[in-house]
Design a protein around this ligand. Structure first.
Ligand code: PMP
Length: 390
């Protein structure tokens, strides 16, 4: 008997847009000799001292559940880290949850604050998960487009113009995926003023905070008046090269954290025990390794920005993360056509900018988390591709 599955499936889930990144990965993976500038993850293996701690933790038998919010020793270490790096204090007992990646922190945060129909403002181009997670929580994602002429920075006026009586929260991501744009203290303060004036919540995704190259990093939670209304999201994936470990954290006012823990205990229980042990080591003893990786990304950023501009793809200098977001408008191709023809002709995988929202059309995202030799070869091939279009 053939089944009509649609009637059994969730309409909300069916209606979610498929990720525009996945499709290109699948295609690239089926071809040989492809240089991928597509993936959003470090090319480094997790520093050895952290891996060693995970092995020790397994050997020592740390294989049980932990408290829902995570090991208190790890939460204490996260609290120390956030205080040290971002100058804000969170009580480890009541204000921090160890999650299964920042992805899950985002999911918990939206589920904890969104009532049906609530609007969440999302600064685009944006990480592909945000809008879908808002929809899954029953909310309405409202995009705010940013553009390259001011370095993809959202203005307070833009945020103010998007606010309605249904707006619940504003999501900020700095450094940004896919543009690499960082917001400085003054820019954050201006945004914070609008958020406070309209009595909104701020979700701040700071997963790339360790990877800034020019002016250091300011956390939205440290801006006066924001601590009480900010949900801070961060994790180990990017700065510590720990994507596969699936470890993140969320820090917020106690009332919000209580609700997130309630959801978490039904959906996930806790993050893996042995990996939480190793995360303590990551926070205590990896400053040099993190700095080494940061420096390496910084060198590659400087190389790729110049190389792209040299081959005629104009590219602003991103202050953080490991992405560049050059314009391909002058080629006359759409971002999907560009990515697809570049892959077919020269076997270089990039992500079309429209995967990150409407204002990403006309751009491509290239990740420079790959060796300088690979980057050089990719730039040679892209140069040839651009020439072939003339
Ligand atoms: N936020 C942003 C902006 C990201 O780019 C990513 C990963 N691509 C995440 C969150 C999710 O990170 P994690 O691996 O911690 O779930």
């Amino acid at each position: 008997m053939s089944m009509d599955y649609e009637q059994y499936l969730s309409k909300t889930a069916i209606d979610l847009k498929p990720s525009g990144i996945r499709r290109f990965f699948d295609l690239a993976a089926s071809m040989e000799g492809v240089i991928s500038l597509g993936v959003g993850e470090p090319d480094f293996i997790t520093p050895w001292n952290i891996r060693d701690e995970a092995i020790n933790a397994l050997q020592d038998g740390y294989t049980s559940y932990t408290a829902n919010a995570g090991l208190i020793e790890l939460r204490q270490e996260i609290s120390n880290y956030v205080q040290r790096r971002f100058d804000v204090h969170y009580d480890p007992e009541n204000q921090i949850i160890v999650t299964v990646g920042a992805s899950q922190s985002l999911d918990l945060a939206f589920r904890a604050i969104v009532n049906p129909g609530d609007e969440v403002l999302i600064v685009e181009p944006a990480f592909v998960s945000y809008a879908s997670l808002v929809l899954l929580a029953g909310g309405v994602p409202v995009p705010i487009s940013t553009y390259s002429d001011n370095g993809f920075k959202v203005t307070p006026e833009q945020i103010e113009a998007a606010i309605t009586d249904k707006t619940k929260a504003v999501l900020i991501c700095t450094p940004n995926n896919p543009t690499g744009t960082c917001l400085n203290k003054e820019e954050l303060t201006q945004i914070a003023n609008v958020i406070q004036k309209h009595d909104l919540i701020c979700l701040t995704d700071e997963i790339y905070a360790e990877l800034t190259y020019d002016d250091g990093f300011t956390s939205m939670a440290s801006i006066p008046g924001m601590y009480e209304r900010t949900i801070l999201i961060n994790g180990f994936s990017k700065g510590f090269a720990m994507t596969g470990w699936r470890l993140g954290f969320v820090a917020a006012p106690k009332e919000m954290v209580d609700l997130m823990v309630k959801i978490y205990q039904y959906t996930t229980m806790c993050a893996p025990h042995m990996l939480q042990r190793a995360a303590i080591e990551a926070l205590q003893n990896s400053t040099d390794q993190v700095e080494h990786m940061r420096e390496s990304y910084w060198r590659r950023r400087n190389y790729i920005v110049q190389a792209l501009n040299n081959i005629g793809l104009s590219c602003h200098i991103p202050g953080g993360a490991f992405y560049v977001f050059p314009s391909i408008k002058q080629t006359g191709l759409s971002s999907e056509e560009f990515a697809s023809e570049l892959l077919q002709q020269e076997k270089v995988a990039v992500v079309p900018g429209n995967a990150f929202g409407e204002s990403g059309e006309g751009y491509i995202r290239c990740s420079y988390a790959t060796s300088i030799e690979q980057l050089q070869e990719a730039m040679k091939r892209m140069g040839r591709f651009i020439d072939s279009l003339k």
